[in-house]
Design a protein around this ligand. Structure first.
Ligand code: DX5
Ligand code: ZN
Length: 224
């Protein structure tokens, strides 16, 4: 499967949100990545349901909703109703992770678990078979524009190894500090989905940057 690109709306221009949504609609991007922050689980507050409504109204691609909140179990149905296709909860925020994964599936969404940089992928062994995707945070969550943590590559390789025996269809998503400088190495390590905020929205042409990220592997092959 060719890797997927999910631009992070957190880095969009909120004064021109509809314009940025249309740019993504008309680009080679696969999903919209939607970062929800509560100021408790992470030291930042992003946006909530009013922005979700604008996204649902205009976005023509699946909404990949990343909940950086405590007690995500209180909001699963609401985000599903608001149009989420994929709901990600943090391992570190869930005491009853298995129950929350069931409730995401019951709400009709794909289920994903995110791991902070310090959380080992081995902790997911007994839940992996129930998941559609694992999101490996490659920065400490809370802010766009941070530097990629290199140990992420080891985590992607290790997770790919565990998943090959008990959930070969599992998608591995990487979020934070992803750009043209490291995407090829991450694809080789086994990652499938790439979130990018700053790399896309700070580029002179965001839609060309999306194409470069989407075709990064083939461009490398062409140059060999
Ligand atoms: C960080 C968020 C990311 C963020 C990525 O807490 O989960 O999705 O928007 O932004 P960049 O690509 O700028 O690191
Ligand atoms: Zn995110």
């Amino acid at each position: 499967m060719k890797h997927l690109v999910a631009p992070s709306i957190l880095s969009a221009d909120f004064g021109n949100l509809q314009r940025d949504i249309e740019m993504i609609n008309n680009s080679e991007a696969d999903w919209f990545h939607v970062d929800i922050m509560d100021g408790v689980f992470v030291p930042n507050i992003s946006f909530g349901f009013p922005v979700m409504e604008t996204l649902t109204q205009h976005a023509k691609k699946p909404l990949d909703v990343h909940l950086m909140i405590v007690h995500p179990e209180h909001y699963i149905e609401r985000f599903a109703e608001a149009g989420a296709a994929i709901i990600t909860v943090h391992y570190e925020a869930c005491t009853h992770l298995h129950r929350i994964i069931q409730s995401i599936h019951n709400a009709g969404c794909k289920a994903c678990v995110a791991l902070n940089p310090h959380t080992s992928v081995s902790l997911l062994k007994d839940i992996l078979v129930d998941l559609d995707m694992v999101l490996i945070m490659s920065v400490n969550p809370g802010f766009g524009g941070q530097k990629f943590i290199p140990n992420t590559l080891n985590k992607v390789r290790a997770l790919k190894g565990i998943a090959s025996s008990n959930n070969p269809n599992l998608l591995i998503e990487v979020d934070g500090g992803v750009g043209i400088h490291n995407i090829q190495e991450l694809v080789t390590a086994g990652a499938d989905v790439f979130v990018a905020g700053n790399a896309i929205f700070a580029a002179s042409s965001p839609s060309e940057m999306i194409s470069s990220l989407k075709n990064a592997d083939t461009e490398v092959l062409k140059s060999i």
